[in-house]
Ligand binder design. Structure first.
Ligand code: ARG
Length: 463
């Protein structure tokens, strides 16, 4: 019978069969946490030394070994073995090869359960900083573009039908607001990620006189978790991240969908730069918005990762269960997906050409000024419902005659209502329609300028 050489092999007579071992192993993916595992171990051993749980000499020997492993890792020289199951046991085994049996003292007063939770917190803590940084850049990109296009008129849509003319800057600032709330959500997520599970040990804490505050400080966490069972059992900081990422992807998929529409032949509102477009292998004329489509598509995998982990966590009894090993791939994948997607979106936005003339012209061959006429009558005393009815009838008449409201002669207007005078034609212009929507948060140019100024201040203070 094969002897069991695992780090936990003492109570076993037989070893695992290869295929069973492969099923249980996580090293193929949890090696992404190597750096954090080493840093967590460095904090742990520093604490073991300072509290006298192990001797200062032993602590410094182990620390030196771990620091060397960290250098080996940065140099791409660490080799992992599936027989060592996961990143924690792989690194302990590499440490043993380096410094001998004293390496075995590292795991005093610690379990893989608090170790893995610590690694996950450290990984996400670093990723959240990166995500927030990238979101800041995306928000800045939107504000810069909006600033250039306050005066660019476009059709505002409801039901994908021309509704009322708006400022393109206003449209962009809507997304700025969404991405700002996304940033706030990720910032809140930091609060729950910046806690140290280390020292919870397997589930119940330890009999050794450890100093959890010290390891928490050494790793740059805000505080240690106050309940050891909670520290090793929950993954809500990851669920929160996946939920936040899903909402972010909702927003990114919406602007990407709009970009895809805008660069179609039907709209021609924007032209994507060559660097963010691809061609077709058969149709020589094609220039496809692949990157926008891909962000839209990747939304699916991020939702999938959220649903996956919610399902893993559901009804899981306390404390650690191996099910929790399934928390990693979705988190890594989501973090990697969103960080690139945010950059791609920002790059696409800042490099695209806005066909402002075409955008504005498309509000002149439609009835998106119908509300202006109704409001014109209402301001002059006609009940809005009646005004709505009159304008509706006039729109119908125009569609039959093949022209628009601005083409209706003044005599006809005055037959319809004696409230209408020559200034109606100015009121019907898209620019006037936008300019006059100056209610708080409306598309009026002053309001858009105000939003942009506020956003600039927020971006400065968010830095
Ligand atoms: N690879 C494991 C995971 O990712 C580490 C923790 C293992 N703990 C245990 N008691 N088996 O969850």
């Amino acid at each position: 019978m094969a002897e069991n050489h695992k780090l936990w092999g003492g109570r076993f007579e037989a070893g695992l069969e290869k295929w069973v071992e492969e099923f249980g192993a996580s090293i193929s993916f949890d090696q992404k946490m190597a750096e954090f595992d080493l840093k967590g171990s460095i904090a742990h051993v520093t604490m073991l030394g300072q509290t006298g749980i192990i001797s200062p000499e032993e602590a410094s020997q182990i620390k030196t070994g771990l620091e060397e492993l960290l250098q080996d890792f940065y140099a791409g020289q660490l080799e992992f073995d599936i027989a060592n199951e996961d990143i924690h046991m792989n690194l302990e085994s590499l440490l043993t090869q380096k410094i001998g049996p004293v390496a075995g003292k590292l795991h005093t007063a610690r379990s893989r359960n608090d170790q893995v939770a610590t690694d996950m917190h450290l990984y996400l803590k670093a990723k959240l900083v990166e995500v927030l940084d990238k979101l800041h850049h995306l928000r800045q990109t939107l504000v810069d573009l909006a600033d250039k296009h306050v005066d660019t008129i476009m059709p505002g849509y409801t039901h994908l039908q021309h509704a009322q003319p708006i400022s393109f800057g206003h449209h962009l600032m809507a997304y700025y607001s969404m991405f700002t709330r996304d940033s706030e959500r990720f910032t809140f997520n930091q609060k729950h990620t910046n806690l140290s599970p280390l020292g919870a040990a397997a589930l119940a804490g330890t009999t050794f006189p450890i100093d959890r505050q010290l390891t928490s400080d050494l790793m740059g966490f805000d505080a240690p978790y106050s309940n050891s069972l909670d520290a090793v059992s929950d993954r809500d900081f990851i669920l929160e991240f996946l939920a936040n990422a899903s909402i972010l992807m909702v927003h990114m998929s919406r602007i990407c969908e709009e970009i895809i529409n805008w660069c179609s032949n039907e709209y021609q509102f924007v032209t994507l730069s060559d660097t963010f477009s691809t061609g077709s292998s058969i149709m020589p004329q094609k220039k496809n918005p692949d990157m926008a489509e891909l962000i839209r598509g990747k939304t699916g995998r991020v939702y999938g990762n959220l649903t996956g982990l919610l399902t893993v966590m559901k009804s899981l009894p306390l404390a650690y269960n191996k099910d929790l090993q399934e928390d990693k791939e979705g988190m890594f994948d989501t973090a990697e997906t969103i960080t690139v997607a945010i950059d791609i979106l920002a790059g696409m936005l800042s490099s695209m050409t806005v066909n402002d003339r075409h955008m504005a012209e498309s509000t002149e061959k439609d009835f998106s000024n119908a509300t202006e006429l109704a409001d014109y009558l209402a301001v002059r005393g006609l009940p809005f419902r009646q005004a709505h009815e009159i304008v509706g009838k006039l729109v119908l008449e125009c569609t039959k005659n093949g022209h628009y409201l601005q083409d209706v002669p003044l005599e006809r207007y005055q037959e319809i209502s004696d409230l209408i005078e020559g200034d109606i034609y100015t009121a019907l212009q898209s620019r006037t329609a936008v300019e006059r929507r100056n209610s708080l948060g409306g598309t009026g140019f002053d309001q858009v300028h105000w939003q942009i100024e506020e956003a600039k201040k927020t971006l400065m203070s968010d830095k």
